[in-house]
Ligand binder design. Structure first.
Ligand code: SOE
Length: 372
């Protein structure tokens, strides 16, 4: 119990770099921004390969201890939740081991390096009965949840189009980082960025039935794809396009999507994440899209924050996401549909694999999803 009589949960973190910072920051904020928190996160231990770096991260973020052996997170009785933010090649073993030790698990996207590995993680973890979430954090942008609520309420009518693109430019480098290494990452922009677009398309529009497209590598000698260009067909009849690249010079983190329905349209840009562009066909069509500043007290997640107009930031999506997971644990409620489960992580990977196959065959690929 925390000093306020709130049930605690011990957190074990695997990884301390960019996502380690985002998730550690979120767990700390949950303890006082979301009040009372569903469970009080207690930062018990952080694991990482570099001793100096992980020791510094433990001190910086306030973990009680640190280790260079992830197995110690699995064996630690004070830890009830393991959050795996390591490189993609160590998503499987620690996550499965933690679940089989009875610990709830979060794993950063992509779940695995391909559909086979993602399916195996889902299958082994689902068999244990613990709560599991694949950290597709963009489902937890207030504007995205508002879009989902509007779509569910029928405000867009029947959906016809989805067009999503995730544009970054940090890939224009000769630096050697793990995201460029095929054995470590599995793929490039496909699993790193297109996976986000695919997950959000599934969350907002519906299940994906078929894809066609190709991967492209521009940087000489690079083992993984730099860019993905694809068409997508949904089971509900909607169609669209998906693009992802880490070579769109000038685009730093431009995750943009638009949805067109029979009664209106929505447009969103991550670089303006507090805004949702809304077009209603039943309004005065001459007035075009309206900009909604998603910061009203009754807007999604705004019960935690500030007066209207005092906007939130990219890092706060992790506060919403991990709060959702803690609430699912505390109340024994489902992580789905708003949180991505490991089944969602697997399905995104199956769609990514279909794009790899389509790029090789030049053919449109139907998606065959495996079940448990
Ligand atoms: C790098 O492309 C990266 O950190 C992705 O791995 C994250 O998923 C994305 O949210 C930000 O960019």
């Amino acid at each position: 119990m925390s000093s306020d009589g709130i049930r605690e949960i011990g957190v074990g973190m695997l990884g301390y770099a960019f996502m380690g910072k985002a998730h550690s920051n979120a767990f700390r904020k949950i303890g006082y921004i979301t009040w009372p928190p569903p469970l009080m996160p207690r930062l018990v231990a952080i694991a990482g390969r570099n001793e100096a770096a992980v020791a510094e991260a433990a001190s910086r973020y306030g973990y009680e201890r640190w280790t260079t052996q992830w197995q110690q997170l699995v064996d630690d009785p004070a830890i009830g939740l393991v959050d795996n933010l390591g490189p993609n090649d160590i998503h499987a073993a620690p996550t499965i081991a933690a679940a089989e030790a009875g610990k709830h698990v979060v794993c950063e996207k992509p779940l695995g390096r391909d559909a086979e590995e993602s399916y195996e993680i889902w299958r082994r973890v689902a068999a244990t009965g613990v709560k599991h979430m694949c950290a597709f954090n963009y489902r937890f942008v207030p504007a995205v949840r508002l879009a989902r609520e509007m779509i569910d309420a029928g405000e867009l009518g029947e959906l016809r189009h989805f067009r999503g693109r995730y544009l970054q430019d940090w890939g224009d480098t000769t630096a050697e980082v793990w995201r460029f290494d095929r054995e470590t990452a599995g793929s490039g922009a496909l699993g790193d960025l297109a996976a986000h677009v695919i997950d959000l398309a599934r969350y907002l529009v519906g299940e994906i039935d078929a894809v066609g497209g190709f991967l492209r590598t521009f940087i000489p000698g690079r083992e993984v794809d730099d860019a993905v260009e694809a068409t997508v067909e949904f089971e509900n009849g909607a169609v669209g396009t998906i693009e992802a690249t880490r070579l769109a010079l000038g685009r730093r983190n431009a995750f943009q999507w638009e949805i067109n329905g029979t009664k209106g349209s929505l447009y969103f840009d991550m670089e303006r994440l507090n805004e949702l562009q809304v077009f209603r066909a039943d309004g005065d069509r001459a007035r075009g899209f309206k900009t909604v500043l998603v910061s009203e007290a009754d807007h999604p997640f705004w019960e935690h924050w500030w007066p209207p107009g005092h906007i939130v930031g990219w890092g706060d999506t992790f506060v919403h996401e991990l709060h959702h997971f803690l609430a699912a644990i505390a109340s024994d409620t489902d992580v789905a549909p708003h949180g991505a489960t490991f089944e969602d992580g697997y399905r995104a990977a199956e769609i990514c694999d279909a794009l790899v196959h389509s790029s090789a065959s030049g053919q449109r690929e139907r998606i065959n999803y495996r079940t448990l």
